[in-house]
Design a protein around this ligand. Structure first.
Ligand code: ZN
Length: 576
C-alpha cells in the first residue's frame, strides 16, 4: 500500500483525552478516531489489525470444531423475557421499539438467541455436542465509557455457546475452549494470566478469565508466586490466620460509646485490635434485609456474599432500613439482636474463632464487649465472605499472595442448565427420552484484545506489533530525491508485493525524520530503508526490526528472501 494513496493521520502530540497507552497510541498512529463517547471508528490501518485478530480467532475456533453463525444484533424482547433477563439485565441493555411498538434489545450478549436457534434446529443427541459461535457487534450502555476501545458502548465480540448431553460432555467442550483460548492469545502475541473467576451460583472450577496484566486494568488479581494459584479477587479465597482461643471467656457487658461508630473510632476507644470487632453490615438482597458479619479488619466481598445468598440484587441497605431492622441508627449494628427482631445473618467463617469480641448493641451509642460467638449468639449460617487482599495466605500453600491488576480479554464459563431450562430446550437421547442439554459460554473481546496487545508491546516511540497482528509486515521507506530514484524504489516495493509480502510503502514527499517517526509510531515489525546506499553504487538496503536497535545492510537481490524468512520466523515463534 502506497502511503501517498492511503489515509494514515498520525498525530505528533498526545491527545488530551487519552489516559492509557493503548488509547493514546491508537489515536496517534492513525488506527482509530472517536465518533462520540464510547464509540470508535476504525480507520483503514486499524481495521487491518482488527481483521487479523478476527482471522486468528476464526481459524482456531474452526479448528476446535466450533460452527460459525451470524445472529441478528436486534434481539426480540420475547427471548429475553423467556429467560427472565429482560428485567435483570438492567439499564446497561439498550432497548428499542419498532414503529409497531414491538420491543427489542441491541444484544449485549447472545445466550438467549443461541439457545433459541439450537431449540429450533437440534432435536437429537446425535447432533450434540455443538459449539456455536459468531464474531459480531455487542452493545452496552456504559455509564462511563473510558480507556478508548477498552470500555466502549459498541464492541466486537467472539461469543460461543456449547451444548452437550451431560456434564461430562460439557467438561470436554470446556477443556477444548481452555486450550483454544491459550492458543488464540499466544498467536496474537499476548501473554495472558488465566485466573479462576466468579461463577455465580455454579461453584467449582468452572470459570476462567484470561487477563492481561496492566496498571490500568479494572480487575484485581491475586497471585501466588510459589504454587501458581491465580484468582480474580471476586472469587479469591485464603487461609485464615487463626487467633489463639485459649483466653478465658469474659462476661458479656454493655458499654456506652457515644458517637463511636467506625472501626477506627472503636479501635481508639477500646484500645484493641480491629480484628476483635464483629463488623456487621446490613444489606438488601432481592428486597429482603440481611446482616453480614466479618472481622473488623476485613472487608466484605459482595460477590461472594451474593453467591452465598443466591441473590440477583445485593446492595447496602439505606439508613432507614438499618434502623428498622436493628432498632438502632447506622454504626451500632451487631449479631445480638434486640428482642422481637429477626434477621437472616451470614457469618464469615472466621467469626467463630474470635473470643471476647466487641460489637454494636443495636442501641444508639452502645456496644457490647466480652462477646463470645456460640454463647451470646448462634452462628446459624457461615460462609467465606471476606475480600482477599495482598498479603493474605494462599489457599493452597499458605504463601503470601500478591496483588496485580488486569484487563479481561476472554472468559470461559460453564453455564449449566440456566438457559436451556428456562427456554425449555429438549433433545431426544439414545433411548428416545427427552433430555435438556447443558451449556457453556466462551467470549473474547476483539477490540480489547487489540488494545491489550498494544499495552504489552510498545516503547516511548510507539507501537511494536507482533508479526501476526501487525497491520503490514514490512514498512518500506523511500528517501528518493528524484524521478529516477523513485522508479528504483518502486521496483523494490513491487518485488516485495509480488512475493506476497504485505508492505506499507512510504513514498510520500516528506523528510526522513518525519518518515522514521511515523514508522516507529505505527510499529510494523520490519522496516527497510531505500536511501543513499541503495540509490548509489552498492544497491544495498538498510533493515531494522522494530523490536531491535541495530540496523543491518542487505543486498538488493537478497531483500525479498530476507523479509520472507524474517516473517516466517516471527510467526513461528508465536505459533510455538
Ligand atoms: Zn500458593
Amino acid at each position: 500500500m502506497k502511503m501517498s494513496r492511503y489515509l494514515v493521520p498520525t498525530l505528533k502530540e498526545d491527545p488530551s483525552d487519552a489516559v492509557i497507552t493503548s488509547h493514546r497510541l491508537m489515536l496517534r498512529a492513525g488506527l482509530i478516531r472517536k465518533e462520540s463517547a464510547g464509540m470508535y471508528i476504525y480507520l483503514p490501518l486499524g481495521l487491518r489489525v482488527l481483521q487479523k485478530i478476527i482471522a486468528i480467532i476464526r481459524e482456531e475456533m474452526n479448528k476446535s470444531g466450533a460452527l460459525e453463525f451470524l445472529m441478528p444484533e436486534l434481539t426480540s424482547a420475547d427471548l429475553w423475557k423467556e429467560s427472565g433477563r429482560w428485567h435483570s439485565m438492567g439499564p446497561e441493555m439498550i432497548r428499542i421499539k419498532d414503529r409497531n411498538g414491538i420491543e427489542y434489545a441491541l444484544a449485549p450478549t447472545h445466550e438467549e438467541a443461541f439457545t433459541n436457534v439450537i431449540r429450533m434446529i437440534v432435536t437429537s443427541y446425535k447432533d450434540l455436542p455443538v459449539n456455536a459461535y459468531q464474531i459480531n457487534t455487542k452493545f452496552r450502555d456504559e455509564i462511563r465509557p473510558r480507556f478508548g476501545v477498552m470500555r466502549s458502548k459498541e464492541f466486537i465480540m467472539k461469543d460461543a455457546y456449547s451444548f452437550d448431553s451431560d456434564e461430562d460432555g460439557l467438561e470436554g467442550s470446556y477443556q477444548i475452549m481452555r486450550q483454544t483460548y491459550r492458543t488464540i492469545f499466544k498467536r496474537c502475541g499476548l501473554e495472558t494470566i488465566p485466573v479462576e473467576a466468579d461463577t455465580g451460583s455454579m461453584g467449582g472450577s468452572n470459570s476462567e478469565e484470561f487477563m492481561v496484566a496492566s496498571e490500568v486494568g479494572e480487575e484485581v488479581l491475586l497471585l501466588c508466586e510459589v504454587c501458581g494459584y491465580k484468582s480474580n479477587q471476586e472469587r479469591a479465597t485464603c487461609q485464615y490466620q487463626l487467633s489463639p482461643t485459649n483466653e478465658d471467656e469474659e462476661a458479656l457487658a454493655i458499654v456506652d460509646t457515644p458517637d463511636v461508630r467506625t472501626i477506627n473510632e472503636l479501635v481508639q476507644f477500646f484500645g484493641c485490635s480491629a480484628h476483635t470487632f464483629l463488623k456487621s453490615l446490613i444489606y438488601v438482597a432481592d428486597g429482603t434485609p440481611i446482616m453480614a458479619v466479618v472481622p473488623g479488619d476485613r472487608e466484605i466481598n459482595e460477590v461472594k456474599l451474593k453467591n452465598t445468598l443466591n441473590a440477583v440484587d445485593l446492595e447496602l441497605a439505606p439508613d432507614a432500613v438499618v434502623e428498622e431492622v436493628t432498632g438502632a441508627p447506622v454504626g451500632f449494628a451487631g449479631p445480638i439482636l434486640v428482642k422481637g427482631k429477626a434477621l437472616r445473618i451470614i457469618f464469615d467463617t472466621q467469626i467463630k474463632t474470635i473470643k471476647n469480641a466487641i460489637t454494636g448493641a443495636n442501641q444508639r451509642d452502645k456496644h457490647y464487649k466480652g462477646v463470645n460467638p456460640g454463647r451470646d449468639f448462634v452462628i446459624g449460617q457461615e460462609a467465606d465472605i471476606v475480600l482477599v487482599v495482598a498479603g493474605d495466605r494462599c489457599p493452597h500453600c499458605g504463601n503470601a499472595l500478591i496483588e496485580t491488576r488486569g484487563i479481561e480479554v476472554g472468559h470461559i464459563f460453564k453455564l449449566g442448565y440456566k438457559y436451556t431450562r428456562a427456554m425449555n430446550v429438549k433433545v431426544l437421547d439414545k433411548n428416545g427420552k427427552a433430555i435438556t442439554p447443558i451449556m457453556g459460554c466462551y467470549g473474547i473481546g476483539v477490540n480489547r484484545t487489540m488494545a491489550a496487545v498494544i499495552e504489552q508491546h510498545n516503547d516511548d516511540r510507539g507501537i511494536i506489533w507482533p508479526m501476526s497482528v501487525a497491520p503490514f509486515q514490512v514498512h518500506c521507506i523511500s528517501l528518493a530525491k528524484n524521478e529516477k530514484e523513485e522508479g528504483a524504489a518502486d521496483t523494490i516495493y513491487s518485488m516485495l508485493v509480488d512475493a506476497g509480502i504485505e508492505v506499507l510503502y512510504d513514498d510520500r514527499t516528506a523528510s526522513p525524520g518525519f518518515k522514521f517517526g511515523d514508522a516507529d509510531l505505527i510499529g510494523i515489525p520490519i522496516r527497510i530503508t531505500l536511501g543513499k546506499a541503495f540509490f548509489g553504487d552498492s544497491s544495498s538496503i538498510e533493515v531494522k526490526l522494530r523490536n531491535k536497535d541495530e540496523k543491518i545492510i542487505i543486498a538488493k537481490d537478497m531483500i525479498v528472501d530476507y523479509c520472507k524468512k524474517q516473517i516466517v520466523q516471527m510467526l513461528q515463534k508465536l505459533n510455538a
